[in-house]
Design a protein around this ligand. Structure first.
Ligand code: OAD
Length: 259
């Protein structure tokens, strides 16, 4: 069984917090999907932003400058996500949601929380499986997935909107863009009423999403951090657990539900 690396008294307090919590928010980032084989953004060696500058790929200006480069890269990542499977961390969160009120507020654009069985998932940064017109925002269906010849990331011309003839863009939030209003409001509402927030797999440096753990904490929630590395939120975190999502979340579920 995975040890949590906490003192006995802290472990006892954590067990109480997990057992007593009735409104739980899991705030997840790229690290939650790392053990499903999806690269994070900032981890050394594997982080996506180590290989590409955000402004080359993840801004409206980048798309307008070279739509085929951006559309092709996102298509590649979309196919990676479709081939990936939820890991033990996603599954534990979903399992917990069968007996408690568990909301997932995620910065991830994959659908691994939903595929694991979580019912209440708020996507702050959009969804990679969706697309819409850059000009008129009309949704563009991506099922079936457009055929692509070859492997790996490559330039692919984006489709054209059937309504206005504009270019179709990935349904994700780019740097310099606002979060979707409804999702942002729902995320804040869930954090304000949470009695426990589990922050998993996020460096929590991208605003405004990164403000949510503090919002929950200011409204009285206990904060648990699950991450192999330190983050800026450790200072408001009563329970800092150094470990990976797939190793630690099943352990937390066990503690929450043990009689
Ligand atoms: P980051 O890549 O910034 O951070 C990933 C975090 O996950 C780091 O703190 C790692 O230590 C941790 N980590 C790595 N492997 C882990 C594992 N197996 N289990 C648990 N934790 C692990 O990713 P995010 O914080 O999600 O935004 O990045 C936030 C936003 O920045 C993204 O949503 C994206 C990006 O730019 C947009 O695209 C708008």
């Amino acid at each position: 069984m995975q040890a949590l690396g906490l003192h006995d008294d802290v472990t006892a307090r954590l067990r109480d917090a997990l057992r007593d919590a009735s409104r739980i928010v899991v705030f997840s980032g790229a690290g939650a999907s790392a053990e499903s084989g999806i690269a994070t953004f900032r981890d050394p060696e594997v982080g996506l932003w180590r290989r590409y500058k955000p402004e080359q790929l993840a801004t409206p200006q980048a798309f307008l400058t070279d739509p085929a480069l951006v559309w092709g890269r996102y298509g590649w990542r979309r196919r990676q996500v479709a081939a990936a499977q939820p890991n033990a961390g996603h599954l534990a969160i979903a399992e917990w949601g069968r007996s408690r009120e568990v909301s997932v507020v995620t910065q991830n654009v994959d659908d691994l929380h939903e595929r694991a069985g979580s019912a209440d998932v708020v996507h702050l940064h959009g969804e990679i499986a969706k697309a819409r017109c850059f000009d008129c925002a009309a949704p563009y269906p991506l099922t079936p997935e457009p055929e692509v010849e070859g492997e790996g990331p490559m330039s692919v011309e984006p489709p054209v909107c059937g309504q206005c003839g504009g270019l179709v863009r990935p349904g994700v939030v780019w740097f310099g863009e606002a979060l979707p209003e409804r999702e942002w409001a729902e995320a804040k509402a869930r954090c304000r009423r949470a009695d426990l927030l589990i922050c998993v797999g996020t460096s929590a440096v991208v605003r405004p999403a990164s403000l949510l753990p503090r919002l929950a904490w200011e409204h009285g929630a206990a904060v648990v951090q699950v991450n192999p590395h330190p983050t800026e939120h450790d200072e408001i975190t009563e329970f800092v657990i150094r470990g990976t999502s797939a190793a630690i979340l099943p352990r937390l579920l066990e503690m929450a539900t043990a009689s």
